[in-house]
Design a protein around this ligand. Structure first.
Ligand code: C2E
Ligand code: MG
Ligand code: MG
Length: 744
């Protein structure tokens, strides 16, 4: 070795030493470099690990914050690796077989979704499944995942992803669905509006009710429904109240899309956010127009008469009570007018109820027109009406209006296009405070006064006075007594002779009914016959009269007065009810009186009202051979031409015309015209109520066929009448023929 030492060892050269030092330095350098490198590596490894753990932390934090959980499914084992996080820091893991984890009912869903993913129908695996919560229950989870590992053969090895507990959301969603379904199917219209009352949502019922589809109305203001029934201020006020009180319910008019207005019941409430700020209004609306209408109809039925549309008794007493309170306060007077249509019952019975109804309606209109709309006119039922007159200065004001009503009824009422009918009212008047202080008393007294008006000859009015009450009580007892009249034999007939002016012979007698009662004395037919008609007793009484009259005539015939006839008065009820023609025929047969000896007297008003309806019945009498007379001719409204259509044989001119015949040129003219016209129709004319010779002479000179009246004879009992007829001498008539200064 070059450069060794002489002591046997080779001494080290400087070069060698230099080399050694350089090698050592190199080694040191290398070692240092290695050490530096090792430190560096360790540092970067630590940084890497730090970064990793940081990322993991962040992932955990993200998972925790979103509520998502991490899962990793191993296809080969069927196990699920889960990362469970309760708090950002605490983490647990477990590995569970997936079959036990998913609710058995949801297995098909899970498989189906998996299949969809694996076959490329969806980009991710996504399924909502029930997962065991570890405490024996289930929670709903939405799982989302992707393939994370595939084998060399391309088979999927692992799928990983996250899952979120959606139990609460699902419940909320379900609730929302139910709520919206309920809303949709509700009959009540519901609308949701924002704080400015602009529509946000409405249901189907709302659209049905208002005509506005959801698309029409969303974003529009609630004022779109405002109707013209209220002014803007009204709706504004309600909206302010809703905002102020948070809740409002009431009824208001609204308007549909087509402009139709409807009454709407609204329940409105406000919805606030968690800060207490008003965000929404929810309004439930109901169309109550029909319901209100029905209520009104019921109220109407309870208060109004449906035939005439006038207030009924109940509303009348209500109004009368209020009127009394007002009159008391203002210290003025009220009149109650009780009005009854004369002989309405006859007309109703004969023309039929439909015609009767029309008459009542026409009468109601006439009445209201006469007194004006500011006075109450009510119908109490039947043909009874009431008028309440307020603010009267004096009782005479009531008389004046009563007179006007009677005048207004002078013009006939229209029955239909062709027919008219004249009907008069009788009116009773009571006054507040003069007669009574309460409605019932006032009505009762007006009713009493009305009866007196009827008794005074109808077509008139009477003011109540206390004496009337006595008359009413008497009426009540009389009508009670009337029921026993036949059993007690209190009835009898009187006969008034009829004289033929042409032959100077007594041609017949009129049978007139008399009632003598032990208690009440003699009661005039004008007083008790209407009562007998009202109660229906007239049927029995009428048959008794007919039989009695025929018996008397039969006796007289047997006494040799073979040509004598008898006239019997017939009430409308007899004509309408039962089989009167049969009754007449049977009585004639029983007694053996020829039909030609009997005449039936029917009043004009009965026949007029009755014309077509009873023509057949009248024909039946004529077929029997019985004569028919019109009684009280001239008091009704019929014309001779009208009566011509009926099988009438005689007319009896009412005594009202005969009484003034010699003083009143008009009555004279009427009477002579009636005679002429009746003759031209082939009718026999009888003048009733002839009291003076002058009247007799007038009638004779105008060719009146027969007369009846006090001048000839008052009604007499059968015995006296027979004597009168037997003793009759035409010389009396001849004596009257001598010129007299009383002649017109
Ligand atoms: P009427 O059928 O017109 O009878 C004539 C009425 O005039 C009778 O009244 C008679 O007494 C009365 N009178 C007769 N001559 C005169 C006279 O010269 N002057 C005056 N001022 N009056 C005279 P009465 O008997 O009171 O009968 C009244 C009415 O009662 C009758 O009127 C008749 O409508 C009815 N009536 C009478 N009897 C019956 C009956 O049996 N049945 C029916 N349904 N009604 C009857
Ligand atoms: Mg008569
Ligand atoms: Mg008469």
């Amino acid at each position: 070795m070059a450069g060794g030492h002489g002591d046997g060892t080779c001494p080290m050269s400087a070069y060698d030493q230099l080399q050694l030092i350089a090698g050592a330095a190199l080694l040191l350098l290398l070692a240092t470099a290695l050490a530096v490198l090792a430190v560096r590596r360790r540092r970067s490894e630590r940084a890497y690990l730090d970064q990793l753990s940081d990322r993991e932390e962040r992932l955990k934090l993200a998972l925790w914050a979103t509520g998502e959980r991490y899962w990793d499914y191993d296809v080969a084992t069927g196990n699920l690796h889960r990362l469970l996080l309760d708090a950002p820091g605490s983490m647990a893991e477990d590995i569970v077989p997936v079959t036990g984890l998913v609710h058995p009912d949801d297995h098909p869903v899970a498989l189906e979704r998996l299949d969809a993913y694996l076959t490329g129908q969806s980009n991710t695996f996504l399924a909502e499944l029930r997962i065991a919560n570890g405490h024996g229950g289930w929670i709903w989870m939405r799982a989302r995942g992707r393939i994370v590992a595939t084998g060399p053969d391309g088979r999927v090895q692992r799928i990983a992803g996250t899952a979120l507990n959606i139990t609460a959301t699902r419940a909320a969603e379900r609730e929302r669905q139910i709520a919206s379904e309920v809303l949709r199917s509700m009959n009540e219209a519901v609308s949701v509006l924002d704080r400015n009352f602009d529509f946000i949502s409405v249901n189907a019922a709302f659209s049905r009710m208002t005509g506005y589809e959801e698309s029409d109305i969303i974003g529009r203001n609630a004022s779109i429904l405002d109707s013209l029934q209220h002014d803007n201020a009204f709706y504004q006020h309600i909206r302010e109240m809703i905002v102020r009180t948070g809740r409002w319910s009431g009824e208001i008019w609204q308007r549909r899309k087509d402009g139709e207005e409807f009454l709407c019941s609204i329940e409105s409430s406000c919805v606030y956010d968690s800060n207490g700020e008003l965000i929404l209004h929810v309004a439930v609306l109901n169309d109550i127009t029909q319901q209100k209408r029905a209520e009104q109809e019921l109220r109407y039925l309870a208060n109004f008469d449906t035939l005439t549309n006038l207030p009924n008794r109940s509303l009348l007493s209500d109004r009368l009570s209020r009127a009394i309170v007002r009159a008391h306060r203002e210290d003025n007077r009220i009149a109650v007018l009780f009005l009854d249509l004369d002989r309405f019952k006859d007309i109703n019975d004969s023309l039929g109820h439909a015609a009767g109804d029309r008459i009542l309606r026409a009468a109601a209109t006439r009445l209201q027109q006469t007194v004006g709309l500011h006075h109450t006119v009510a119908r109490l039922g039947g043909d009874e009406f009431t008028v309440v007159l307020e603010n009267l200065e004096s009782p005479e004001d009531a008389d004046k209006i009563a007179r006007e009503i009677i005048m207004a009824f002078e013009a006939p009422l229209l029955l239909d296009d062709r027919r008219e009918i004249a009907i008069s009212p009788s009116i009773g008047i009571s006054l507040y405070p003069d007669h009574a202080q309460v409605p019932t008393e006032l009505l009762k007294q007006a009713d009493t006064a009305m009866y007196q008006a009827k008794a005074a000859g109808r077509r008139t009015f009477m003011r109540y006075d206390d004496a009337m009450d006595i008359a009413v009580r008497q009426r009540a007892t009389i009508s009670g007594a009337l029921r026993k009249v036949l059993d007690r034999g209190e009835l009898r007939l009187v006969f008034q002779p009829r004289l033929s002016l042409g032959s100077s012979r007594i041609t017949g007698v009129e049978a007139l009914l008399r009632w003598s009662n032990l208690e009440h004395g003699d009661i005039a037919p004008a007083d008790f016959i209407p009562m007998a008609e009202e109660s229906g007793l007239i049927l029995e009484i009428g048959e008794w009269v007919l039989r009695e009259a025929c018996l008397t005539l039969h006796r007289w015939h047997q006494h040799g007065l073979r040509d004598l006839n008898v006239s019997v008065n017939v009430s409308v009820l007899q004509l309408l009810r039962g089989n009167f023609p049969e009754v007449v025929s049977r009585v004639l047969d029983d007694i053996g009186v020829p039909a030609s000896s009997l005449e039936l007297e029917l009043t004009e008003s009965v026949l007029m009202a009755n014309a077509e309806h009873t023509a057949a019945k009248l024909q039946a009498f004529r077929a029997l051979g019985v004569s028919l007379a019109i009684d009280d001719f001239g008091t009704g409204y019929s014309s001779l031409a009208y009566l011509k259509r009926l099988p009438i044989t005689t007319i009896k001119i009412d005594k009202a015309f005969i009484g003034d015949l010699t003083h009143d040129p008009e009555d004279a003219a009427i009477t002579s015209t009636v005679i002429t016209m009746a003759h031209s129709l082939g009718l026999n004319v009888v003048a009733e109520g002839v009291e003076t010779e002058a009247q007799m002479r007038f009638l004779a000179s105008h060719d009146c066929d027969e007369i009846q009246g006090f001048w000839l004879s008052p009604p007499l009992d059968a015995h006296a009448c027979l004597a009168f007829i037997r003793n009759w001498s035409p010389a009396r008539l001849r004596a009257a023929d001598a010129p007299s200064p009383a002649l017109p």
